[in-house]
Design a protein around this ligand. Structure first.
Ligand SMILES: [Ca+2]
Ligand SMILES: [Ca+2]
Ligand SMILES: [Ca+2]
Ligand SMILES: [Ca+2]
Length: 429
């Protein structure tokens, strides 16, 4: 009995101790800061999702990000001669449809963007590709560098955008009205890297300068990164769904049939060709426009049609000779009833340049036709076409480019090929 009483007393004491500890944890200043930090992390994640949503849903240039806000009115600055006037500024929260987000110091978020993801499609000189001079597609890479805590500790040099919570004012920073729009008054410097000076950024204070090794360099920025792989992956999904919708509309408008493929990259269908590029300029048996199917201008002006592989079941085109000479359907894994296949490439692995061969636009329609689609009159021979696709397609059964059999891409990496099929893709096919 006495023993039981002792146990009870011990348990009671323990409960009081644990209760008091959690009370102090919950209400201590450090816990309050932790909650504020968590709140800031949440807001930054919300800002990241809004930027990605903006880029994915662009009506004119999928993947394009807004310019940073230079004058603190919440609105992205307009492009000037095709480029943002500044590559760093505040997050344009009004443009993104967000609340007036503030970090734990009450400051608005800041935002840096890679100019290749904010500029428009016309601001480059590109004699090889006069009507799509600066395309934004799977081959586009961000140009911002982010280091961990030292300039040499590079995490990525292909960041697309960075969102900053600037934190409280540090010594030397002025945030009065006259200095309110200068990023150096919000974003900090450590190990020689200044977060207010693109294109190189740093995520944490240089650990060498922390006590007991004086002098500690003041630094309180927090940042999150949008990398090339993440953005390209979601933009590719949107592009693939647009192309699948065009194809299913085609099959509806010209009952039961799809256009054949383009074997030369000249943007026009070739009879009895069932794999290669989707001919967005000239489809067969009828052109897109003649069937009332819109071809978004961005497919041509950003060269999306060049990087996505298209295959069609021979029997679902009008030019296939009669069975059994015409194999009827495509095979994908164990499914033998596939009518069309699209494969998106994902961003190129680091160090890989795509396309792998030099593509020169021999000539182009001038003036460009209204639909801006019939622009490329490049002609690749079959060896060149195979080399081209082998740089984009990873699995041997897909990159063979010579039969009607395909496989679900084997890689599970974020940056990888993805396959879309009809029937098979939910919501469209
Ligand atoms: Ca503005
Ligand atoms: Ca700061
Ligand atoms: Ca062709
Ligand atoms: Ca194959």
């Amino acid at each position: 009995m006495r023993e039981r009483g002792q146990i009870l007393l011990f348990t009671l004491t323990l409960l009081i101790f644990v209760g008091a500890a959690s009370f102090f944890t919950f209400f201590s200043p450090s816990s309050s800061r932790l909650r504020q930090d968590e709140q800031t992390t949440k807001l930054m994640a919300e800002a990241k999702e809004a930027l990605i949503g903006y880029a994915v849903s662009s009506a004119t240039r999928p993947g394009q990000l807004p310019c940073p806000d230079a004058n603190n009115d919440g609105l992205a600055e307009p492009l000037a001669s095709g480029n943002c006037p500044n590559d760093i500024g505040r997050l344009p929260w009004k443009t993104l449809g967000l609340e007036d987000l503030r970090d734990s110091a009450g400051e608005r978020l800041w935002y840096a963007a890679s100019p290749v993801f904010t500029r428009d499609g016309t601001s480059c000189a590109n004699p090889n590709n006069p009507l799509a001079p600066c395309p934004l597609n799977s081959d586009t890479r961000g140009t911002l560098t982010v280091s961990q805590d030292k300039a040499a500790a590079v995490i990525t040099n292909e960041a697309v955008a960075i969102i900053f919570a600037p934190g409280p004012t540090l010594p030397g920073q002025l945030r009065d009205a006259a200095n309110a729009n200068n990023p150096a008054n919000y974003l900090d410097t450590t190990d020689g890297v200044s977060n207010s000076a693109p294109p190189a950024f740093i995520a944490a204070q240089n650990s060498d300068s922390l006590p007991p090794s004086p002098p500690p360099s003041p630094f309180n920025d927090r940042l999150i990164v949008i990398d090339t792989t993440h953005l390209i992956t979601v933009v590719e999904k949107r592009v693939a769904r647009t192309l699948l919708k065009m194809l299913t509309d085609y099959k509806t408008a010209f009952p039961g049939k799809y256009t054949g493929a383009d074997r030369h990259m000249d943007n026009e269908e070739d009879d009895e060709v069932y794999r290669g590029w989707l001919p967005i300029c000239q489809a067969e048996p009828q052109d897109w426009e003649d069937l009332g199917i819109g071809v978004p201008a961005w497919l041509a002006s950003n060269d999306w049609w060049k990087v996505i592989y298209y295959a069609v079941a021979p029997d679902k085109t009008v030019h296939c000779p009669a069975a059994p000479a015409c194999p009827s359907m495509l095979t994908v894994d164990s499914a033998t009833n596939i009518e069309v296949v699209l494969i998106t490439p994902g961003p190129a692995p680091a160090g890989v340049t795509r396309p792998s061969i030099t593509i020169v636009t021999n000539s182009y329609a001038a003036p460009p036709p209204a639909n801006n689609a019939c622009i490329v009159l490049t002609t690749l021979n079959s060896t060149e076409a195979l080399a081209y696709w082998q740089a984009y397609l990873n699995d041997a059964e897909n990159s063979d480019h010579n039969d009607n059999t395909y496989v679900t891409p084997s890689s599970t990496a974020t940056a990888r090929n993805r396959i879309y099929t009809c029937p098979g893709t939910p919501g469209i096919c």
